[in-house]
Design a protein around this ligand. Structure first.
Ligand code: 4AD
Ligand code: MG
Length: 479
C-alpha cells in the first residue's frame, strides 16, 4: 500500500479506511494498556496521533519508538476522542524503519533555544519551527513566480559567476581555479588572473540587475530570482553572505511605476501567506508571543497575523530622503532622546535604527523613501534635475528596516558614463552594459527584494539565520 501523508490523513473524513503512514516519532506517552505516538512527516505542523495497544505490540517494540525514530504504521482512521485533531489512527502493524538512540539524539521533546538549534542545524528540519518556516518559504517562492507570471513578466536566469560589481561596493567573493600557494603575478606584483580559467578576475554575483537590464531592454518586463553573495563582514541579524534576491526590471517604467509595483508585490506575497499558510503562521505567531512575554510591554512587537494584515490594509507612506532626515533630526527615539548613530543632517546614510523609527514609531506604516543623495547610492541610478539626488527608492518595513532597494536607471549614455567615471567604475569593461544606452535606450526601473528579509517579516523570526535552511555568515559554513 502507498503511504498517505499526515496532512492528508488529518484532512480525511474516511473513518474506517486502512492506510499506511510513515514519519518520525515526536513523542510517545501512555499507560499500561495503550500508547499514544505523535507522528510527524513534515507535511504539516500538526502531528498525527497513533494509538497502539501495549499488549498487541509488546514492550520491546514500543520502547524503540523514541523521539526521532522513523516508523511505518499500518492502521485504521478513527474519529478522535480527544481535542485537537478530528481523526487519529489505530495501529494494526508498526515497523521501525530507523532506530534513534535517545541518549545520543540532540533533539528532545521540549523547547530548544534557537541558538542551540543553529548549532545542530543539520537536524533543524525535524523541529516544528523550522519545518513551518520551510513550508512558508516554499509558499513564498511559489507566490513570487505566480505574481510575475500573472503580470506577463518573464523569469530570466542571470549568471552566478560574473566579472562585474553591480553595487560597486567591492564586497565580492573571488572565484578562482588557481593554486593559492602559487599565484601567478604581474610585473606590478598583482595577481595575474589572465592566466586563470576565464582569463580575467571573476566573482560571485552581488546582484542580477545589470544582466536583468539587458533582458528588459528587449523583453520589456522581466524578473530574476537567484542566489546573490556579499562578502560584507557584518554580523547582524539581517545580513547573510549568501541570500536570495528577486529583481524585477521593467522597460518604460518611471520611479512612480516602480513604487506601485513594489507595493503591490509585497502586499500580494503577504496576502498569499495569509491565504495559504495559516496553520504554520498560527504556530509561528504563538511561538513569537511566548518569546515576547519576557520583554517589557513597550518593546513587544505586534502579534504576527495582526501585523501582516496591518500591512495589507495601509497605503505605504512615500517621502523623500531629505524629508525623512528632517523628521529624524528633530526626533527623540527613546528615553535617552538620541539614536546610537546620530543624524548629522543631509548626507548621512540611514541606519536600520533610523529606518525602523520612521516606520514603527513615526508613521506606523511601511515607508518608501526616495531621492537619496547620489553619494550614498549606486552608479546606475538616474540623476534628478538637481544634479545632487538620484531616483532611488528603499522600502522600509517594521521589524526589518530596508526590505527592498531599487531605482529608476540612468538611461542617458553620457550621463551614465560621467557618473561611472566619478565613481571609478571601469566603463570600458562594461561596454556591453553601456550598449543598452547606445542602441534604443528607454526609461526603465527595477528593484531587489531580499527574500530572507521578506521571510523574517512573514514568519516574525528575529534572526535571518533562522529563515534560510543553510545560513552563510562570517565564520559559519559548517553545513
Ligand atoms: O539594496 P540592494 O543592495 O540593491 C541591489 O542589489 C539592487 N541591484 C537591486 C535592484 O535594484 N535590482 O539589495 C536589495 C535588497 C535589500 O533591500 C535587502 O532586502 C537585500 O537585498 N539584501 C540583503 N539580504 C540579506 N543579506 C544581505 N547581506 C543583504 N544585502 C541586501
Ligand atoms: Mg540597499
Amino acid at each position: 500500500m502507498r503511504r498517505t501523508k499526515v496532512s492528508d490523513v488529518l484532512k480525511s473524513d474516511e473513518i474506517g479506511k486502512e492506510i499506511v503512514v510513515k514519519g518520525w516519532v515526536r513523542t510517545r506517552r501512555g499507560s499500561k494498556q495503550v500508547n499514544f505516538i505523535a507522528l510527524n512527516d513534515g507535511s504539516t505542523i500538526h502531528n498525527l496521533q497513533i494509538v497502539a495497544d501495549v499488549e498487541k505490540f509488546g514492550d520491546e517494540l514500543l520502547k524503540r519508538l523514541t523521539t526521532g525514530s522513523a516508523i511505518s504504521v499500518t492502521g485504521e482512521i478513527i474519529a478522535s476522542q480527544g481535542s485537537g485533531q478530528k481523526v487519529e489512527v489505530v495501529a494494526k502493524a508498526i515497523e521501525v524503519i530507523g532506530d534513534c538512540d535517545a541518549n545520543e539524539y540532540p533533539l528532545q521533546p521540549k523547547k530548544h533555544s534557537l541558538e542551540f538549534l543553529r548549532e545542530i542545524g543539520h537536524l533543524r528540519f525535524r523541529t516544528n519551527t523550522f519545518s513551518a518556516i520551510a513550508r512558508v518559504r516554499h509558499a513564498m517562492i511559489f507566490a513570487v513566480h505566480n505574481f510575475f507570471t500573472s503580470k506577463g513578466f518573464v523569469n530570466v536566469h542571470t549568471p552566478i559567476i560574473t566579472a562585474s560589481d553591480c553595487e560597486g561596493a567591492g564586497e565580492m567573493f573571488q572565484v578562482t581555479t588557481m593554486n593559492l600557494n602559487n599565484l601567478p603575478r604581474t610585473e606590478e606584483g598583482k595577481i595575474d588572473f589572465s592566466q586563470d580559467f576565464f582569463g580575467k578576475a571573476t566573482n560571485l554575483t552581488v546582484s542580477g540587475q545589470l544582466e536583468g537590464e539587458l533582458a528588459a531592454m528587449g523583453m520589456g518586463e522581466i524578473y530574476t530570482f537567484g542566489p546573490t553573495f556579499r562578502a560584507e563582514n557584518s554580523n547582524t541579524s539581517r545580513h547573510l553572505a549568501e541570500f536570495w534576491m528577486i529583481e524585477p526590471e521593467m522597460a518604460f517604467y518611471e520611479l512612480d511605476d516602480n513604487m506601485d509595483l513594489a507595493e503591490e508585490f509585497l502586499k500580494y506575497l503577504i496576502k498569499y501567506a495569509l491565504d495559504h499558510c495559516m496553520d504554520d503562521l498560527q504556530f509561528l505567531s504563538q511561538r513569537l508571543q511566548e518569546e515576547e512575554k519576557g520583554k517589557k510591554e513597550e518593546d513587544r512587537s505586534m502579534e504576527l497575523i495582526e501585523k501582516l494584515r496591518f500591512v495589507l490594509e495601509n497605503d505605504f507612506i512615500r517621502l523623500t530622503y531629505s524629508e525623512a532626515v528632517n523628521i529624524l533630526k528633530d526626533s527623540k527615539p527613546n528615553k535617552k532622546g538620541q539614536f546610537k548613530y546620530p543624524i548629522n543632517g543631509y548626507g548621512s546614510d540611514l541606519q536600520s535604527e533610523h529606518e525602523r523609527f520612521l516606520v514603527e514609531k513615526h508613521f506606523k506604516k511601511p515607508v518608501i523613501l526616495t531621492d537619496y543623495p547620489k553619494e550614498i547610492k549606486a552608479f546606475y541610478m538616474k540623476m534628478n534635475p538637481d544634479n545632487s539626488t538620484v531616483r532611488a527608492m528603499d522600502v522600509l518595513f517594521p521589524q526589518i528596516g530596508e526590505i527592498i532597494g531599487g531605482s529608476q536607471r540612468e538611461e542617458n549614455y553620457d550621463k551614465l558614463v560621467n557618473r561611472m567615471k566619478e565613481m571609478h567604475i571601469p566603463a570600458e569593461e562594461m561596454w556591453w552594459y553601456l550598449d543598452t544606452r547606445r542602441f534604443g535606450s528607454v526609461p526603465h526601473s527595477g528593484f531587489g527584494l531580499g527574500f530572507e528579509r521578506l521571510m523574517l517579516f512573514v514568519t516574525g523570526m528575529g534572526n535571518i539565520r533562522d529563515v534560510i535552511p543553510f545560513p552563510r555568515t562570517p565564520k559559519n559554513a559548517e553545513f
